[in-house]
Write a protein that binds this ligand. Sequence first.
Ligand code: UDX
Ligand code: UDX
Length: 461
Amino acid sequence: MNICCIGAGYVGGPTMAMIASRCPDITVDVVDVNEERIAAWNSNELPIFEPGLDEIVTETRGRNLHFHTDVKEAIRAADIVFVCVGTPTKAAGIGAGKAADLRFIELAARTIAEVSDSPKIIVEKSTIPVRTAEALHTILSANSEHGTFQVLSNPEFLAEGTAMVDLAAPDRILIGGETTLAGNQAVETLAGIYASWVPRERIITTNLWSSELSKLVANAFLAQRISSINSISALCEATGADVDEVANAIGTDSRIGPKFLKASVGFGGSCFQKDVLNLSYLCEHFGLPEVAEYWDQVIRMNDWQKNRFTKKIVSTLFNTVTGKRIAIFGFAFKKDTNDTRESAAIYVCRDLLLEEAKVAIYDPRVSTDQIRKDLLAAGVPQDCLDCNLEISESAKAAADQAHGIAVLTEWDQFNKLNWPTIHESMFKPAFLFDGRNLLNHAELRAVGFDVYTIGKGAEGS
Ligand code: UDX
Ligand code: UDX
């Protein structure tokens, strides 16, 4: 069997590497229009960092896993085509700022239709609005002379930073298909591939629309939990309660559960905001404005939390950060990834730069280029970046001569720093803003830091 995956990104690359590893009899071609990205997949420096990914790519690349740019040939040879191209939020036109931009999905469908001369199963991996499969099917059948197609929805639930573990032992695999004989057969074919390593009872099959919608709903529920605990973090600060203690107390209720209750400077990542906005847009489209408004609030709360954190830095530093050096520890949207998409750090740094602070950023995985690109795209003028942004070699270097430190990503290494030396090199009072509630605050206070944490009073633990 031959599999082709269109889109060698954070989802396509790791997912296909796992299939190639667990199914040595299947040939997997991962194709992408981006030549640079493909070259990186074929080098020793993979384009994305994911613990465990290097090993599995080394095992399979050149054996039954191939990365290249010959999209048409790979599609022609494939029995199953996974569509893993991006579905960003629309920037212009109807639904701008909320609806998903499906141009890459449509382009993929048209290319598949153009080159196919045999029956194929088309798998939507990209997160898409409900009923996209219908559109895909229409485009495919209207444009193909010889191909016949079954469209399946098979959303990916991996989280970055733990992608390989999530792929190796997923909570569930979800496959949606047409409820016809041919549809059921296609679902079975795809289920058979996953069954090589995933227990059958974890492979859930549904109709197409349930599968498409479940992906959006799963991300919306996860994002909602973070916004919920973040809203409570503000109340904790006002009342002297401790948000970690509250999270622990409520999380032990098995109906609530302990996961995704970590208060933070705000959630980021390529999916949460995009998918909640997309869900809300769908609700509006189907005439359910109250439901749309309910989900919009999850995003509003997240924006408020990021903004609240920056304002806290400015007000604590005596209401001005102009010309003051502020060290930023961590720029990725979470630890163990080099991905910065929608990272809270982008917005905190942007707002500090616009307040004319001197911002010194250290992140162990994110490149200087990426940081500059993100800040420019977020609206920081070039000359402001040139004058006031420094990308530091280490956390210690970033903190040297700084007035404050903001921890924005929960990298483990920040807990192992030599904090007394860092304190010594800073202006006094030395302020520390822990946007992840990561550090040992009592120890840091003993060292001499003025510590601000999310969801704890000034003297919080
Ligand atoms: C993407 C989507 O963002 C997400 O909604 C979906 O669930 C899975 O696919 P990700 O893999 O993180 O997630 O995106 P990205 O890293 O941007 O990768 C997409 C790749 O598709 C890029 O490398 C891009 O070059 C490629 N692409 C895009 C094509 O090969 N052809 C196209 O027409 C468009
Ligand atoms: C998410 C979903 O978890 C995954 O199933 C889906 O396929 C893609 O979107 P991802 O964005 O990679 O995965 O990471 P996730 O671990 O969900 O974290 C998202 C953001 O929420 C990060 O910024 C993280 O720091 C933040 N977060 C997470 C919190 O602030 N508190 C928490 O308790 C958990």
